[in-house]
Design a protein around this ligand. Structure first.
Ligand code: SF4
Length: 200
C-alpha cells in the first residue's frame, strides 16, 4: 500500500506509467487471494504467479498467466486470471464458448506441462459490476487441441493479409507519436505492424 509501481504496456504506450498502490487495489488482490485459499493445499505439485509462457510450436502465442497451479499428479490445472476493470469479462458465454484469452493461456500451459488432461480456468474480477466475482469453466485436452488448430488457421489467414497488403506510403510511419493519434484504430501502418508482430 502506498508504493509507487511502474507499469509498461508495450501494446498501448511507449512510456512508463507510474501508479500508486491504493486501498482499492489491495482489497481487490485480497479477494483474488481468498479464492486461492479455497483450493486443497495438499493437491499441488507446483504453483506460479505471473508465469511467462511461449508456445513451443505456434509462433506468436505467448502470454503471462496471473496464477497457475498444477495438481499433485500433474493431470489437472487451475488457471486464474485477475481482471481489475469493472466491465464484465465472462469465462464462458451462453453458447458455452470459453473465453479466448483463457483458452490461449491454457493452451500454453498444456504445451508446457504435457501430463495435463483437464483444467479449471477462471476469471476473478473483484471490482466487476456483478455479485459473482469468480466465473469459471472446465475444459480438457480436446478443447485445447481444437483451439490450437483454430489459432493455426487464423495465423495462416493473417499471414495472407500481411503478404497481400498494399505497400504503405512513407507518410505513415509508426512510432511514439502514434500514442496520441486519433487515427490509430484505423491506421493501415498500425494494422500491418500489429499483424507482423503477431504472425510475421
Ligand atoms: S497511428 Fe498511423 S496515422 Fe497516426 S501517427 Fe501513427 S502512423 Fe501516423
Amino acid at each position: 500500500m502506498g508504493k509507487t509501481v511502474e507499469v509498461y504496456d508495450e501494446d498501448q504506450m511507449t512510456f512508463p506509467l507510474y501508479i500508486k498502490v491504493n486501498p482499492e487495489m489491495v482489497e481487490a488482490l485480497e479477494v483474488f487471494l481468498g479464492h486461492l485459499d479455497i483450493l486443497d493445499p495438499d493437491n499441488v505439485s507446483e504453483e506460479h504467479s505471473e508465469l511467462s509462457m511461449e508456445h513451443s510450436s505456434l509462433d506468436g502465442l505467448r502470454g503471462t498467466a496471473d496464477y497457475v497451479r498444477i495438481s499433485a499428479d500433474g493431470s489437472h490445472l487451475w488457471l486464474y486470471d485477475l481482471k481489475y476493470g469493472k466491465g464484465i469479462v465472462q469465462a464462458q458465454n451462453r453458447a458455452g464458448e470459453v473465453n479466448t484469452q483463457l483458452l490461449s493461456y491454457a493452451s500454453l500451459l498444456f504445451d508446457k506441462f504435457p501430463k495435463l488432461e483437464t483444467a479449471e480456468v477462471a476469471i476473478i474480477q473483484p471490482r466487476g459490476a456483478t455479485k459473482k466475482k469468480f466465473r469459471s469453466a472446465r475444459i480438457d485436452r480436446s478443447d485445447i487441441d481444437t483451439h490450437v488448430s483454430n489459432c493455426r488457421r487464423a495465423q495462416a489467414s493473417a499471414l495472407n493479409v500481411v503478404n497481400l497488403v498494399e505497400p504503405i506510403g512513407d507518410h505513415l510511419k509508426t512510432g511514439s507519436h502514434c500514442f496520441f493519434c486519433r487515427a490509430k484504430n484505423i491506421c493501415p501502418a498500425q494494422q500491418k505492424e500489429a499483424a507482423e508482430k503477431l504472425f510475421g
